[in-house]
Design a protein around this ligand. Sequence first.
Ligand SMILES: [Zn+2]
Length: 494
Amino acid sequence: MSARTAGPRDAAAVILLDRPSDPLVYWVRRHARMAFQGNFHAFPGGQREPSDADIRVVNGASAELDAACVAAVRELFEETGVLVARGAEGLDSSQRSELRCRLNDGTSTFSDVLDENGLTVDGALLAAAGRWVTPPFSPRRFDTYFFTAWLPEGQQVEQLNAELDHGEWLRPAEAIGMWEESRVLVAPPILHAMRTLAGGFEDLEARFSSIPEARGGLVRRIEFRPGILLFPVRTPTKPPATHTNCYVVGDREVVIIDPASPYDDERDALDAFVDELIGVEGRRVKEIIASHLHPDHIGGIAHLAGRIGVPVAAHRLTAEALEGKLKVDRWIQDGERMTLAGNPEIDLRAVHTPGHARGHLCFFEERHRALLTADLIVGLGSVVIDPPEGNMLDYLASLAKVRALEPSVIFGAHGPAVGDPIAKIDEYVSLRLEREQQIVAAIAAGDRTPEAIVARVYTDVPEKLHALAARSVIAHLEKLRDEGRLPDGMDVPA
Ligand SMILES: [Zn+2]
Protein backbone atom coordinates (compact mmCIF):
# COMPACT_ATOMS: atom_id res chain seq x y z
CA MET A 1 0.00 0.00 0.00
CA SER A 2 1.42 3.38 -0.92
CA ALA A 3 1.53 6.27 1.49
CA ARG A 4 -1.04 8.04 -0.67
CA THR A 5 -3.73 5.37 -0.35
CA ALA A 6 -2.99 4.93 3.35
CA GLY A 7 -3.48 8.64 4.02
CA PRO A 8 -6.76 10.45 4.49
CA ARG A 9 -9.03 10.70 1.44
CA ASP A 10 -10.65 13.96 0.46
CA ALA A 11 -14.27 14.16 1.42
CA ALA A 12 -17.07 16.65 2.01
CA ALA A 13 -20.26 16.77 4.06
CA VAL A 14 -23.30 19.00 4.32
CA ILE A 15 -24.94 20.19 7.52
CA LEU A 16 -28.40 20.74 6.05
CA LEU A 17 -30.57 23.28 7.84
CA ASP A 18 -34.22 24.23 7.58
CA ARG A 19 -36.62 26.79 9.07
CA PRO A 20 -34.45 29.83 9.87
CA SER A 21 -36.86 31.04 12.62
CA ASP A 22 -36.21 27.93 14.76
CA PRO A 23 -33.58 25.97 12.86
CA LEU A 24 -33.66 22.25 12.41
CA VAL A 25 -30.66 20.23 11.29
CA TYR A 26 -30.74 17.03 9.30
CA TRP A 27 -28.68 14.01 10.25
CA VAL A 28 -28.55 10.43 9.06
CA ARG A 29 -27.57 7.10 10.49
CA ARG A 30 -25.03 5.18 8.46
CA HIS A 31 -26.07 1.64 7.66
CA ALA A 32 -24.74 -0.94 10.14
CA ARG A 33 -22.89 -2.80 7.41
CA MET A 34 -20.90 0.24 6.31
CA ALA A 35 -17.18 -0.37 6.78
CA PHE A 36 -16.64 3.18 8.05
CA GLN A 37 -18.68 4.24 11.07
CA GLY A 38 -21.52 1.76 10.61
CA ASN A 39 -24.49 2.69 12.85
CA PHE A 40 -23.00 6.12 13.55
CA HIS A 41 -25.04 9.28 13.11
CA ALA A 42 -23.47 11.71 10.67
CA PHE A 43 -24.23 14.35 8.08
CA PRO A 44 -24.83 13.47 4.43
CA GLY A 45 -21.55 13.43 2.56
CA GLY A 46 -18.82 11.27 1.14
CA GLN A 47 -15.62 10.98 -0.77
CA ARG A 48 -14.54 13.51 -3.34
CA GLU A 49 -14.30 12.35 -6.95
CA PRO A 50 -11.50 13.57 -9.23
CA SER A 51 -14.07 15.08 -11.62
CA ASP A 52 -15.47 17.29 -8.84
CA ALA A 53 -12.48 19.56 -9.40
CA ASP A 54 -13.46 20.09 -13.04
CA ILE A 55 -16.85 21.56 -12.27
CA ARG A 56 -17.06 25.33 -12.26
CA VAL A 57 -18.19 27.00 -9.05
CA VAL A 58 -19.54 30.55 -9.02
CA ASN A 59 -18.79 32.66 -5.97
CA GLY A 60 -16.01 30.22 -5.18
CA ALA A 61 -13.19 30.62 -2.69
CA SER A 62 -10.19 28.53 -3.72
CA ALA A 63 -9.71 25.56 -6.04
CA GLU A 64 -9.50 23.27 -3.03
CA LEU A 65 -12.63 24.60 -1.35
CA ASP A 66 -14.52 24.68 -4.66
CA ALA A 67 -13.84 21.01 -5.35
CA ALA A 68 -14.99 20.19 -1.81
CA CYS A 69 -18.08 22.31 -2.40
CA VAL A 70 -18.95 20.37 -5.55
CA ALA A 71 -18.42 17.06 -3.73
CA ALA A 72 -20.67 18.25 -0.91
CA VAL A 73 -23.47 19.26 -3.29
CA ARG A 74 -23.15 16.05 -5.30
CA GLU A 75 -23.08 13.75 -2.27
CA LEU A 76 -26.04 15.51 -0.69
CA PHE A 77 -28.01 15.07 -3.91
CA GLU A 78 -27.03 11.41 -4.29
CA GLU A 79 -27.85 10.53 -0.70
CA THR A 80 -30.92 12.64 0.04
CA GLY A 81 -32.28 13.98 -3.26
CA VAL A 82 -31.78 17.56 -2.07
CA LEU A 83 -30.16 19.68 -4.78
CA VAL A 84 -28.44 22.83 -3.57
CA ALA A 85 -27.61 24.50 -6.89
CA ARG A 86 -28.43 27.72 -8.66
CA GLY A 87 -31.23 26.96 -11.14
CA ALA A 88 -32.62 23.98 -9.21
CA GLU A 89 -35.71 26.06 -8.42
CA GLY A 90 -36.73 25.57 -12.06
CA LEU A 91 -37.00 21.78 -11.65
CA ASP A 92 -39.94 19.98 -10.12
CA SER A 93 -39.55 17.03 -7.78
CA SER A 94 -40.01 14.38 -10.47
CA GLN A 95 -37.33 16.01 -12.64
CA ARG A 96 -34.93 16.12 -9.70
CA SER A 97 -35.74 12.54 -8.87
CA GLU A 98 -35.03 11.43 -12.43
CA LEU A 99 -31.69 13.27 -12.47
CA ARG A 100 -30.78 11.71 -9.15
CA CYS A 101 -31.52 8.22 -10.50
CA ARG A 102 -29.33 8.86 -13.52
CA LEU A 103 -26.54 10.11 -11.28
CA ASN A 104 -26.81 7.22 -8.83
CA ASP A 105 -26.92 4.50 -11.49
CA GLY A 106 -24.05 6.08 -13.40
CA THR A 107 -25.89 6.93 -16.63
CA SER A 108 -25.08 10.61 -16.07
CA THR A 109 -22.13 12.35 -14.51
CA PHE A 110 -22.75 15.20 -12.13
CA SER A 111 -21.29 17.51 -14.73
CA ASP A 112 -23.92 16.30 -17.27
CA VAL A 113 -26.70 16.77 -14.76
CA LEU A 114 -25.64 20.36 -14.15
CA ASP A 115 -24.89 21.31 -17.77
CA GLU A 116 -28.00 19.79 -19.33
CA ASN A 117 -30.28 21.61 -16.92
CA GLY A 118 -28.59 24.99 -16.72
CA LEU A 119 -27.59 24.40 -13.09
CA THR A 120 -24.59 25.94 -11.34
CA VAL A 121 -22.85 25.11 -8.10
CA ASP A 122 -22.88 28.38 -6.21
CA GLY A 123 -20.45 28.87 -3.34
CA ALA A 124 -22.81 31.47 -1.90
CA LEU A 125 -25.35 28.73 -1.14
CA LEU A 126 -22.92 26.94 1.17
CA ALA A 127 -20.93 28.22 4.13
CA ALA A 128 -17.71 26.66 5.36
CA ALA A 129 -18.15 24.81 8.65
CA GLY A 130 -14.69 23.45 9.38
CA ARG A 131 -12.36 20.78 8.14
CA TRP A 132 -11.75 17.57 10.07
CA VAL A 133 -9.25 14.78 9.51
CA THR A 134 -10.02 11.30 10.86
CA PRO A 135 -7.25 10.51 13.35
CA PRO A 136 -4.70 7.81 12.45
CA PHE A 137 -6.19 5.12 14.73
CA SER A 138 -8.85 4.51 12.08
CA PRO A 139 -8.31 2.11 9.14
CA ARG A 140 -10.22 4.51 6.90
CA ARG A 141 -9.43 8.15 7.13
CA PHE A 142 -11.03 11.17 5.54
CA ASP A 143 -10.03 14.78 5.21
CA THR A 144 -13.48 16.32 5.24
CA TYR A 145 -14.68 19.82 4.53
CA PHE A 146 -18.01 20.55 6.19
CA PHE A 147 -20.49 23.07 4.86
CA THR A 148 -23.81 24.36 6.06
CA ALA A 149 -26.60 24.83 3.54
CA TRP A 150 -30.26 25.75 3.84
CA LEU A 151 -32.83 23.39 2.41
CA PRO A 152 -33.92 25.05 -0.85
CA GLU A 153 -37.51 26.19 -0.92
CA GLY A 154 -39.89 23.63 -2.39
CA GLN A 155 -37.53 20.73 -1.79
CA GLN A 156 -37.56 18.00 0.82
CA VAL A 157 -35.38 15.06 1.75
CA GLU A 158 -36.36 12.16 -0.51
CA GLN A 159 -35.78 8.45 0.06
CA LEU A 160 -32.25 7.95 1.38
CA ASN A 161 -29.78 5.86 -0.55
CA ALA A 162 -28.71 2.42 0.63
CA GLU A 163 -25.71 3.60 2.65
CA LEU A 164 -28.06 5.20 5.16
CA ASP A 165 -30.81 3.51 7.11
CA HIS A 166 -32.39 6.47 8.84
CA GLY A 167 -32.55 10.23 8.67
CA GLU A 168 -34.32 12.91 10.69
CA TRP A 169 -34.75 16.63 11.18
CA LEU A 170 -34.23 17.81 14.72
CA ARG A 171 -33.11 20.75 16.78
CA PRO A 172 -29.36 20.73 17.47
CA ALA A 173 -30.04 20.59 21.22
CA GLU A 174 -32.14 17.45 20.68
CA ALA A 175 -29.24 15.78 18.90
CA ILE A 176 -26.97 16.58 21.83
CA GLY A 177 -29.61 15.22 24.21
CA MET A 178 -29.68 11.93 22.29
CA TRP A 179 -25.93 11.71 22.54
CA GLU A 180 -25.99 12.52 26.26
CA GLU A 181 -28.47 9.70 26.77
CA SER A 182 -26.15 7.33 24.83
CA ARG A 183 -28.84 6.73 22.22
CA VAL A 184 -26.53 7.58 19.33
CA LEU A 185 -22.91 7.18 18.33
CA VAL A 186 -21.29 10.26 16.85
CA ALA A 187 -17.77 11.17 15.82
CA PRO A 188 -16.13 14.37 17.15
CA PRO A 189 -16.96 16.65 14.17
CA ILE A 190 -20.67 15.88 14.44
CA LEU A 191 -20.74 16.52 18.19
CA HIS A 192 -18.81 19.74 17.70
CA ALA A 193 -21.15 20.89 14.91
CA MET A 194 -24.27 20.16 16.97
CA ARG A 195 -22.84 22.01 19.97
CA THR A 196 -21.90 24.95 17.77
CA LEU A 197 -25.39 25.11 16.26
CA ALA A 198 -27.01 24.71 19.67
CA GLY A 199 -25.09 27.81 20.77
CA GLY A 200 -26.92 29.93 18.21
CA PHE A 201 -26.60 30.93 14.57
CA GLU A 202 -24.52 34.06 14.99
CA ASP A 203 -21.02 34.06 13.59
CA LEU A 204 -21.31 30.38 12.72
CA GLU A 205 -18.35 30.08 10.40
CA ALA A 206 -15.86 31.38 12.98
CA ARG A 207 -17.38 29.33 15.79
CA PHE A 208 -17.30 26.14 13.74
CA SER A 209 -13.57 26.51 13.26
CA SER A 210 -12.79 27.84 16.73
CA ILE A 211 -10.82 24.74 17.78
CA PRO A 212 -7.67 23.40 16.05
CA GLU A 213 -9.33 20.02 15.34
CA ALA A 214 -11.92 21.85 13.23
CA ARG A 215 -9.14 23.38 11.14
CA GLY A 216 -7.62 20.07 10.10
CA GLY A 217 -5.60 19.61 13.32
CA LEU A 218 -5.01 16.25 14.94
CA VAL A 219 -8.04 14.91 16.79
CA ARG A 220 -6.93 13.24 20.00
CA ARG A 221 -9.84 13.30 22.41
CA ILE A 222 -12.81 11.29 21.17
CA GLU A 223 -16.08 10.83 22.99
CA PHE A 224 -18.32 8.52 20.94
CA ARG A 225 -20.45 8.10 24.07
CA PRO A 226 -20.56 10.39 27.11
CA GLY A 227 -18.41 9.22 30.00
CA ILE A 228 -16.23 7.06 27.77
CA LEU A 229 -13.30 9.10 26.50
CA LEU A 230 -10.96 7.57 23.98
CA PHE A 231 -7.45 8.85 23.53
CA PRO A 232 -5.51 6.83 20.97
CA VAL A 233 -1.75 6.68 21.56
CA ARG A 234 0.89 5.47 19.12
CA THR A 235 2.37 2.16 20.27
CA PRO A 236 4.61 -0.64 18.97
CA THR A 237 1.55 -2.73 18.14
CA LYS A 238 0.73 -5.19 15.37
CA PRO A 239 0.03 -3.77 11.87
CA PRO A 240 -2.30 -2.61 10.45
CA ALA A 241 -2.89 -0.98 13.85
CA THR A 242 -0.46 1.80 14.79
CA HIS A 243 -2.21 3.00 17.94
CA THR A 244 -3.69 1.61 21.14
CA ASN A 245 -6.85 3.19 22.50
CA CYS A 246 -6.42 4.49 26.01
CA TYR A 247 -9.87 4.86 27.61
CA VAL A 248 -10.91 7.16 30.40
CA VAL A 249 -14.22 6.01 31.85
CA GLY A 250 -16.33 7.99 34.27
CA ASP A 251 -17.69 11.46 34.78
CA ARG A 252 -16.21 12.90 37.99
CA GLU A 253 -14.39 9.81 39.24
CA VAL A 254 -12.56 8.02 36.44
CA VAL A 255 -10.43 4.99 35.70
CA ILE A 256 -7.79 5.03 32.98
CA ILE A 257 -7.51 1.82 31.00
CA ASP A 258 -4.33 0.99 29.06
CA PRO A 259 -2.24 4.17 28.95
CA ALA A 260 -0.13 2.21 26.53
CA SER A 261 2.59 4.21 24.87
CA PRO A 262 6.28 3.76 25.64
CA TYR A 263 7.13 6.79 23.44
CA ASP A 264 8.00 10.10 25.09
CA ASP A 265 6.00 12.33 22.75
CA GLU A 266 2.89 10.20 23.16
CA ARG A 267 3.29 10.07 26.92
CA ASP A 268 3.59 13.85 26.93
CA ALA A 269 0.34 14.15 24.96
CA LEU A 270 -1.45 11.76 27.30
CA ASP A 271 -0.01 13.54 30.35
CA ALA A 272 -1.37 16.84 29.04
CA PHE A 273 -4.78 15.25 28.45
CA VAL A 274 -4.84 13.74 31.96
CA ASP A 275 -3.74 17.07 33.45
CA GLU A 276 -6.67 18.72 31.71
CA LEU A 277 -9.07 16.06 33.04
CA ILE A 278 -7.82 16.59 36.58
CA GLY A 279 -6.89 20.27 36.65
CA VAL A 280 -9.42 21.87 34.31
CA GLU A 281 -12.35 19.47 34.44
CA GLY A 282 -11.98 18.53 38.09
CA ARG A 283 -12.04 14.77 37.58
CA ARG A 284 -10.37 12.40 40.01
CA VAL A 285 -8.44 9.37 38.77
CA LYS A 286 -9.35 6.36 40.93
CA GLU A 287 -6.93 3.90 39.39
CA ILE A 288 -5.10 2.86 36.27
CA ILE A 289 -6.08 -0.48 34.80
CA ALA A 290 -4.09 -2.89 32.63
CA SER A 291 -6.52 -4.88 30.45
CA HIS A 292 -3.84 -7.54 29.91
CA LEU A 293 -0.11 -8.05 29.90
CA HIS A 294 0.95 -7.14 26.35
CA PRO A 295 3.54 -4.37 25.93
CA ASP A 296 1.30 -2.37 23.57
CA HIS A 297 -1.15 -2.02 26.48
CA ILE A 298 1.05 -1.39 29.48
CA GLY A 299 3.85 0.73 27.99
CA GLY A 300 2.87 3.94 29.76
CA ILE A 301 1.29 2.63 32.97
CA ALA A 302 4.23 2.90 35.37
CA HIS A 303 5.03 6.37 34.03
CA LEU A 304 1.49 7.71 34.45
CA ALA A 305 0.87 5.98 37.80
CA GLY A 306 4.09 7.46 39.16
CA ARG A 307 3.31 10.87 37.78
CA ILE A 308 -0.20 11.27 39.17
CA GLY A 309 0.23 8.93 42.14
CA VAL A 310 -2.62 6.49 41.65
CA PRO A 311 -2.73 2.69 42.15
CA VAL A 312 -2.58 0.16 39.30
CA ALA A 313 -5.11 -2.65 38.99
CA ALA A 314 -5.25 -5.77 36.82
CA HIS A 315 -6.42 -9.36 36.86
CA ARG A 316 -4.36 -11.61 39.14
CA LEU A 317 -2.98 -13.59 36.18
CA THR A 318 -1.81 -10.37 34.53
CA ALA A 319 -0.27 -9.15 37.79
CA GLU A 320 1.60 -12.43 38.27
CA ALA A 321 2.87 -12.51 34.70
CA LEU A 322 4.14 -8.94 35.03
CA GLU A 323 5.86 -9.43 38.36
CA GLY A 324 9.16 -7.56 38.34
CA LYS A 325 8.05 -5.55 35.28
CA LEU A 326 5.03 -3.64 36.53
CA LYS A 327 3.83 -3.16 40.08
CA VAL A 328 0.15 -4.02 40.33
CA ASP A 329 -1.48 -2.77 43.53
CA ARG A 330 -4.85 -4.46 43.28
CA TRP A 331 -6.35 -7.51 41.64
CA ILE A 332 -9.57 -7.19 39.69
CA GLN A 333 -11.95 -10.13 39.98
CA ASP A 334 -14.26 -11.46 37.30
CA GLY A 335 -17.70 -9.87 37.78
CA GLU A 336 -16.42 -7.15 40.07
CA ARG A 337 -18.44 -3.94 39.83
CA MET A 338 -16.75 -0.57 40.08
CA THR A 339 -19.02 2.38 40.78
CA LEU A 340 -17.62 5.65 39.53
CA ALA A 341 -19.15 8.73 41.12
CA GLY A 342 -20.39 11.53 38.90
CA ASN A 343 -23.30 12.72 36.89
CA PRO A 344 -24.15 10.24 35.69
CA GLU A 345 -22.69 7.70 38.07
CA ILE A 346 -21.17 4.91 36.03
CA ASP A 347 -21.13 1.22 36.89
CA LEU A 348 -18.35 -0.68 35.24
CA ARG A 349 -18.33 -4.47 35.52
CA ALA A 350 -15.10 -6.40 34.98
CA VAL A 351 -15.44 -9.43 32.73
CA HIS A 352 -12.62 -11.96 32.75
CA THR A 353 -12.17 -12.94 29.11
CA PRO A 354 -9.17 -15.23 28.63
CA GLY A 355 -8.22 -16.45 25.15
CA HIS A 356 -6.00 -13.69 23.78
CA ALA A 357 -4.23 -13.56 27.16
CA ARG A 358 -4.94 -15.53 30.34
CA GLY A 359 -5.65 -12.51 32.52
CA HIS A 360 -7.52 -10.51 29.85
CA LEU A 361 -10.29 -8.25 31.11
CA CYS A 362 -13.19 -6.54 29.34
CA PHE A 363 -15.29 -3.86 31.02
CA PHE A 364 -19.04 -3.52 30.68
CA GLU A 365 -20.77 -0.22 31.28
CA GLU A 366 -24.12 -1.50 32.44
CA ARG A 367 -26.53 1.36 31.97
CA HIS A 368 -25.98 1.81 28.25
CA ARG A 369 -24.44 -1.61 27.59
CA ALA A 370 -21.14 -0.30 26.24
CA LEU A 371 -18.48 -2.98 26.20
CA LEU A 372 -14.79 -2.16 26.34
CA THR A 373 -13.18 -5.19 24.77
CA ALA A 374 -9.43 -4.40 24.83
CA ASP A 375 -7.88 -7.10 22.58
CA LEU A 376 -10.80 -9.56 22.68
CA ILE A 377 -12.47 -7.71 19.81
CA VAL A 378 -10.85 -4.85 17.94
CA GLY A 379 -12.03 -2.23 15.46
CA LEU A 380 -9.03 -2.73 13.23
CA GLY A 381 -6.94 -5.75 12.21
CA SER A 382 -7.30 -9.18 13.78
CA VAL A 383 -6.74 -10.71 17.21
CA VAL A 384 -3.74 -12.99 17.71
CA ILE A 385 -4.25 -16.23 19.62
CA ASP A 386 -0.71 -17.31 20.46
CA PRO A 387 -0.31 -20.24 22.90
CA PRO A 388 0.41 -20.74 25.72
CA GLU A 389 -0.85 -17.24 26.68
CA GLY A 390 -3.47 -17.58 23.94
CA ASN A 391 -6.07 -20.34 23.98
CA MET A 392 -8.68 -20.85 21.26
CA LEU A 393 -11.25 -22.67 23.40
CA ASP A 394 -11.06 -19.93 26.01
CA TYR A 395 -11.22 -17.29 23.32
CA LEU A 396 -14.43 -18.64 21.80
CA ALA A 397 -15.91 -19.05 25.29
CA SER A 398 -15.03 -15.42 26.06
CA LEU A 399 -16.71 -14.26 22.84
CA ALA A 400 -19.85 -16.17 23.88
CA LYS A 401 -19.62 -14.66 27.36
CA VAL A 402 -19.59 -11.07 26.10
CA ARG A 403 -22.21 -11.79 23.43
CA ALA A 404 -24.57 -12.82 26.22
CA LEU A 405 -24.20 -9.30 27.68
CA GLU A 406 -25.91 -7.97 24.53
CA PRO A 407 -23.63 -4.96 24.17
CA SER A 408 -24.93 -1.96 22.24
CA VAL A 409 -21.49 -0.81 21.20
CA ILE A 410 -17.95 -2.18 21.35
CA PHE A 411 -14.92 -0.10 22.19
CA GLY A 412 -11.83 -2.12 21.33
CA ALA A 413 -8.19 -1.39 22.02
CA HIS A 414 -7.41 -0.69 18.37
CA GLY A 415 -9.44 1.16 15.74
CA PRO A 416 -12.80 2.88 15.96
CA ALA A 417 -15.90 1.86 17.91
CA VAL A 418 -17.97 -1.02 16.55
CA GLY A 419 -21.59 0.07 16.21
CA ASP A 420 -22.93 -3.36 15.37
CA PRO A 421 -21.54 -5.56 18.18
CA ILE A 422 -23.55 -8.77 17.83
CA ALA A 423 -22.86 -9.00 14.09
CA LYS A 424 -19.18 -8.36 14.79
CA ILE A 425 -18.98 -11.08 17.45
CA ASP A 426 -20.77 -13.55 15.19
CA GLU A 427 -18.37 -12.68 12.38
CA TYR A 428 -15.42 -13.28 14.72
CA VAL A 429 -16.76 -16.69 15.74
CA SER A 430 -17.55 -17.80 12.21
CA LEU A 431 -14.12 -16.72 10.93
CA ARG A 432 -12.43 -18.86 13.60
CA LEU A 433 -14.71 -21.83 12.91
CA GLU A 434 -14.16 -21.51 9.15
CA ARG A 435 -10.42 -21.56 9.76
CA GLU A 436 -10.85 -24.61 11.97
CA GLN A 437 -12.77 -26.38 9.19
CA GLN A 438 -9.93 -25.64 6.77
CA ILE A 439 -7.40 -26.99 9.26
CA VAL A 440 -9.44 -30.14 9.84
CA ALA A 441 -9.51 -30.61 6.06
CA ALA A 442 -5.74 -30.07 5.83
CA ILE A 443 -5.17 -32.72 8.49
CA ALA A 444 -7.48 -35.08 6.62
CA ALA A 445 -5.37 -34.43 3.51
CA GLY A 446 -2.27 -35.58 5.41
CA ASP A 447 -0.72 -32.39 6.81
CA ARG A 448 0.84 -33.01 10.20
CA THR A 449 2.80 -29.86 11.04
CA PRO A 450 1.64 -26.26 11.58
CA GLU A 451 3.95 -25.14 8.74
CA ALA A 452 2.38 -27.55 6.27
CA ILE A 453 -1.09 -26.53 7.37
CA VAL A 454 -0.23 -22.83 7.02
CA ALA A 455 1.11 -23.39 3.50
CA ARG A 456 -2.13 -25.08 2.48
CA VAL A 457 -4.65 -23.00 4.38
CA TYR A 458 -3.29 -19.45 4.77
CA THR A 459 -3.00 -18.71 1.07
CA ASP A 460 -4.80 -15.39 1.70
CA VAL A 461 -2.10 -14.24 4.12
CA PRO A 462 1.24 -12.72 3.02
CA GLU A 463 4.23 -15.01 3.57
CA LYS A 464 5.87 -12.69 6.08
CA LEU A 465 2.95 -13.35 8.41
CA HIS A 466 3.19 -17.14 8.14
CA ALA A 467 5.19 -17.52 11.37
CA LEU A 468 2.37 -15.74 13.20
CA ALA A 469 -0.19 -17.85 11.36
CA ALA A 470 1.62 -20.98 12.55
CA ARG A 471 1.05 -19.85 16.16
CA SER A 472 -2.62 -19.49 15.40
CA VAL A 473 -2.70 -22.98 13.82
CA ILE A 474 -1.16 -24.36 17.01
CA ALA A 475 -4.00 -22.70 18.96
CA HIS A 476 -6.52 -24.41 16.69
CA LEU A 477 -4.71 -27.74 17.02
CA GLU A 478 -4.74 -27.49 20.82
CA LYS A 479 -8.48 -26.92 20.70
CA LEU A 480 -8.97 -29.93 18.40
CA ARG A 481 -6.75 -32.03 20.68
CA ASP A 482 -8.68 -30.97 23.79
CA GLU A 483 -11.91 -31.86 22.01
CA GLY A 484 -10.50 -35.25 21.01
CA ARG A 485 -10.63 -34.42 17.31
CA LEU A 486 -6.98 -34.96 16.29
CA PRO A 487 -5.91 -38.22 14.60
CA ASP A 488 -4.11 -40.76 16.82
CA GLY A 489 -0.44 -40.01 17.15
CA MET A 490 -0.62 -36.41 15.96
CA ASP A 491 1.23 -34.13 18.38
CA VAL A 492 0.75 -30.42 18.88
CA PRO A 493 4.07 -28.57 19.15
CA ALA A 494 4.49 -26.11 21.98
ZN1 LIG B 1 -2.82 -7.97 23.34
